[in-house]
Design a binder for this molecule. Structure first.
Ligand code: NI
Length: 183
């Protein structure tokens, strides 16, 4: 079922979400399905449960190959629950490397901004069946994970913007329609 996505300004987006304690339940499967339906209906790259008003540590994300972004590598469709995200060293770098990139958010519709994120991360957590898994990700994949997991701690991407000259309305920033994916 497609659910309403809360918009920035709603206090429910600022809460720290609660860990999931029971897996493989009808309620959890229904939540994941609703999140998927909602994300797909809005062409999002990811969605966190707090964005539909559910205060639990559940995120989904995934991007298929998109003709609009031929250079963007696909991100596997993933359900990630109770996540832990840690920065990784980039090859040849002495410390965690951060990279700037454009972001959007379904809770901040019609806008884009440049945010610094760790270039590479290791993340782990559980799927909706309670199976634990761990992955390494870099680039856009790592960015999406960090963006979605921020929602679980009440952080929206505009709260991380440092240079507000690169924050604005999508159709003004990208008049040719080649804006980066909504997430
Ligand atoms: Ni978002």
């Amino acid at each position: 079922m497609i659910r309403e996505v809360l918009k920035m300004g709603d206090a429910r987006l600022l809460r720290v979400a609660e860990p999931v304690t029971e897996f493989d339940t009808p309620e959890l499967h229904a939540l994941v399905q609703d999140m998927l339906d909602t994300m797909k209906s809005l062409n999002g790259a990811g969605l966190a449960a707090p964005q539909i008003g559910v205060n639990q540590r559940v995120v989904i994300f995934g991007v298929e190959t998109n003709q609009r972004y031929p250079d963007a590598k696909p991100v596997p469709y993933t359900v990630l629950i109770n996540p832990i995200v840690e920065p990784m060293f980039k090859m040849g770098m002495a410390a965690e490397f951060m990279e700037e990139g454009w972001e959007g958010c379904l809770s901040v519709p019609g806008m884009r901004g440049v945010v610094e994120r760790y270039f590479a991360v290791q993340y782990r957590g559980f799927d909706q069946f309670g199976k634990e898994f761990e992955r390494e990700a870099s680039g856009f994949h790592a960015r999406v994970v960090q963006h979605e997991c921020d929602h679980l701690d009440g952080v929206l991407y505009p709260m991380r913007i440092r240079d507000f000259t690169r924050f604005g309305f999508t159709d003004v920033l990208f008049p040719d329609g080649n804006a980066p994916a909504d997430d």
